[in-house]
Write a protein that binds this ligand. Structure first.
Ligand code: IPE
Ligand code: IPE
Ligand code: MG
Length: 247
């Protein structure tokens, strides 16, 4: 049964960008006496549901944290199973993405991915590039610290090559060198599975994001859970350092 958008959800005050740490697949599987990969397989169903919900609501950007730099240190079997699943799923979903006018983006250190994965991803990116609806950003082999180090290196190179003077470096310069330079900062960050941390996700971009944590594990997270998060978000007062009366 598909969840209905709650009438109390104000369609004019939705975030432009939602970022999600999809966590809890392994524990969800373990609770069912299954292998961790079983949880990852079921997590794909949640991805489909949430991407569809975001597109239906007219959200412009959805970033999903699928695999962190640190996740490479998991047991080899889980890493290869997960990599295979992520890449084949992305590739298989291209027709649905196109049907729904969804453009795929990937952020992260793709050079760490096996060749087959890099090729499949490249194809999926090209095939959805003309789409103008939801921008679906997959964070793959991504970490905030990796991204910041990359940005600093690129800025330093620009200074060395005299394309930039150090006195011209501003917050905007750093922003322009992030892998998310083309996207606005997320207004809402959701993390599932009852973990209350950022785990190296979008460290710069989340500066003023509203954070929403739920005990629900990712394979159980569906449209209704997203609507709950959005209703909660709409109750928040975003002050950006100012006081209430100034807003
Ligand atoms: C999130 O679920 C998916 C990835 C990190 C790839 P986990 O695999 O972290 O599941 P838990 O947190 O161990 O339950
Ligand atoms: C964060 O989850 C990364 C992803 C969801 C892809 P982890 O499960 O890796 O994070 P920690 O280890 O619990 O902080
Ligand atoms: Mg986890």
């Amino acid at each position: 049964m598909s969840a209905l958008v709650p009438p109390s959800l104000d369609k004019n005050r939705l975030p432009r960008h939602i970022a999600i740490i999809m966590d809890g697949n392994g524990r969800w599987a373990k609770d069912r006496g299954e292998d961790r990969l079983f949880g990852h397989y079921h997590g794909v169903e949640s991805v489909r549901d949430i991407v569809e919900a975001a597109a239906e609501l007219g959200i412009k950007y959805l970033t999903l944290y699928a695999f962190s730099t640190e996740n490479w240190d998991r047991p080899a079997e889980e890493v290869s199973g997960l990599m295979q699943l992520l890449v084949t799923t992305i590739r298989k979903e291209v027709p649905t993405l196109n049907k729904n006018n969804i453009r795929l983006h990937v952020i992260g250190d793709l050079s760490m991915l096996p060749d087959f994965a890099q090729n499949e991803l490249k194809e999926a990116l090209e095939m959805t590039a003309p789409n103008t609806g939801l921008n679906l950003v997959m964070a793959l082999s991504y970490s905030g610290r990796w991204e910041l180090v990359e940005a600093v290196r690129n800025i330093a190179r620009a200074v060395e090559e005299k394309k930039l003077n150090w006195t011209q470096i501003t917050e905007q310069t750093l922003q322009d060198h992030l892998s998310t330079h083309a996207f606005p900062d997320p207004e809402l960050m959701i993390r599932t599975s009852g973990e209350y941390r950022i785990s190296n996700f979008l460290l710069f971009q989340l500066a003023y994001a509203e954070l929403y944590f739920t005990e629900v594990c990712w394979p159980d997270f569906r449209k209704q859970n997203l609507y709950d998060a959005l209703l909660d978000y709409q109750q928040r007062e975003r002050r950006f350092g100012k006081i209430s009366e100034q807003l």
